[in-house]
Design a protein around this ligand. Structure first.
Ligand code: FAD
Length: 478
């Protein structure tokens, strides 16, 4: 136990900010000169939107990286499992800490929980301080002239671009790690990684979680992609985007770091387009803050009455990438194997689920939540509502992505489909996105048996489109 109050440590409660650089809570603790107890709490209770399988995989590796980075600076990451209020109470008692510092989260349950924790800590005479380590601008800072939350992206973005986010903070070079003895769980005992079956082979190949890898990806993006981003970002067969989303989701890199780095690059349409995407992320989180029902309920009320179908067989075909539409199947398989899917293809598969199949957007949102390494409550929910047409700033109801045209336009040479749907790789480019138009001889030459080696389409595009337009048009008359 500490011998005097000047030596009482501060707990830095790590959450979705698993980095040392530009971490305001850690920085404030380091500047105080007090010993630091870095703490991560695994809250494993069953609750809505608990991390899905892919997120748990990422979390394991991200914590391992943070542990190593903190150790290099002289501090030990304490791992504890349980309800955060209870664990904080225990660690405060065991360490004699003066208080707890953390970076804010914006998920409704996190806000409610943190409010109680903060009030209880303050009542107990402890320091309890939260910081903004996640967003460029707080949701209460960026409002319309009338003081309302923005519901449409374009004016939100225009206003965001006029503001100046704070300068990122440098990582502390050394930390005054708490020297007292505190017990810690080990990562292994948390069983965040899958065992039987071990489905994470593709994730291991595709990703290196951690702050160092995130910084390297940003460098690579600047070097190889930033300039051409406006074109390359739509081409799923190429590495045409930053692939920073899981790193952002776990806070291994901050929006501030990206924004300020991007300002130092040669400016052009590519860099501007990239910064706009960072502002989309901001917009989604602001929406979640102002409309906490976003993950569960359509923001356009009339959608509550939408006649979604029930069709477990089609849901399975969609999840497994066996719909018979190559670009959809490629996307769903990329997701399953790597925990990530290209944004253009996310839009196509989401549109296919809600419009072609008339299945509830919540089904897709749940599947993405479990399988994406970048699963983010705000981004996921806002984008699903955008595609379904039920969000505040949503795709028009009559926009039904045509999976054949999308494939032909954005995967012209078929590199993406051939990679993820190898059983039809032998088809010529002209048929790759519509194998049902191939003649028997062409199928045979490509080694395909329709309906056996590759499914025939589970819905006919034209029929499905008309059905969707009718259902969505009727809704407008409700
Ligand atoms: C149905 C659907 C569900 C989605 N679910 C998620 C999710 O759970 N988590 C998630 O991070 N993104 C989600 N997205 C948004 C987007 O697809 C991913 O952020 C993007 O593909 C990540 O790749 P990247 O890092 O290479 O993006 P880049 O193009 O390099 O963009 C840089 C960053 O900007 C942000 N960004 C880009 N596009 C969007 C967008 N449309 N909305 C919000 N932020 C964006 C991301 O943080 C991204 O890392 C979803 C999109 C759709 C259509």
């Amino acid at each position: 136990m500490p011998t005097s109050t000047t030596e009482a440590p501060l707990i830095v409660w790590f959450r979705k900010d698993l980095r040392l650089a530009d971490n305001p809570a850690l920085n404030a603790a380091a500047e105080s000169g007090r010993p630091i107890v870095p703490l991560f709490i695994l809250d494993d209770q069953k609750r809505p939107w608990a991390p899905g399988g892919a997120s748990r995989w990422w979390l394991h590796h991200s914590l391992a990286a943070l542990q190593a980075d903190l150790a290099k600076c002289g501090a030990r990451l304490l791992l504890r499992r349980g309800s955060p209020a209870k664990v904080l109470d225990e660690v405060l008692r065991e360490s004699g800490a003066e208080g707890v510092l953390w970076n804010r989260g914006y998920e409704p349950t996190v806000i409610a929980r943190d409010k109680i924790i903060k009030a209880d800590l303050q009542k107990a005479g402890k320091r309890a301080e939260s910081f903004n380590g996640t967003l460029l601008f707080e949701p209460w800072e960026l409002k319309t002239q009338a003081g309302h939350p923005f519901k449409v992206f374009t004016p939100f973005c225009r206003n965001a671009l006029r503001m100046q986010p704070r300068t990122p903070l440098a990582a502390p070079k050394a930390l005054n790690g708490f020297a007292g003895s505190l017990t810690s769980d080990t990562l292994q005992t948390w069983t965040l990684l899958p065992t039987r079956p071990d489905w994470a082979g593709g994730l291991r190949k595709a990703w290196t979680p951690g702050e160092t890898a995130a910084a390297a990806l940003l460098d690579q993006f600047r070097e190889n992609t930033a300039e051409s981003y406006l074109i390359s970002r739509d081409l799923p067969g190429e590495v045409g985007t930053s692939r920073l989303s899981p790193h952002l989701a776990f806070g291994e890199i901050s929006a501030h770091q990206i924004w300020h780095r991007a300002r130092t690059w040669e400016q052009g349409a590519g860099v501007t387009g990239f910064v706009r995407q960072i502002i989309w992320r901001e917009f989604c989180t602001h929406l979640l803050y102002h409309f906490p029902q976003l993950p569960e309920e359509p923001l356009r009320r009339e959608f509550s009455a939408f006649p979604w179908r029930r069709d477990p067989g089609s849901i399975t075909a969609w999840q497994q990438g066996r719909t018979g539409y190559p670009i959809v199947d490629a996307g769903m398989r990329e997701l399953w194997h790597t925990g990530w899917m290209h944004n253009r293809v996310r839009m196509v598969v989401a549109s296919f689920l809600v419009k072609h199949l008339l299945l509830p957007w919540r089904v897709g949102e749940d599947w993405f939540w479990d399988t994406l390494v970048d699963a983010d409550l705000a981004n996921n929910a806002a984008n699903w509502q955008w595609v379904a047409g039920c969000g505040t700033d949503a795709a028009p109801y009559f926009r039904v992505f045509n999976p054949v045209l999308q494939g032909e336009k954005f995967d012209k040479n078929g590199a993406y489909v051939r990679r993820w749907v190898p059983e039809i790789a032998g088809l010529p480019d002209s048929l790759l996105h519509k194998p049902w138009e191939a003649s028997e001889a062409q199928l045979q030459a490509a080694g395909i048996v329709a309906g056996q080696t590759y499914p025939v389409p589970i819905v006919d595009h034209k029929t499905a489109r008309s059905r969707a337009l009718l259902a969505f048009a009727e809704l407008r008359n409700v």
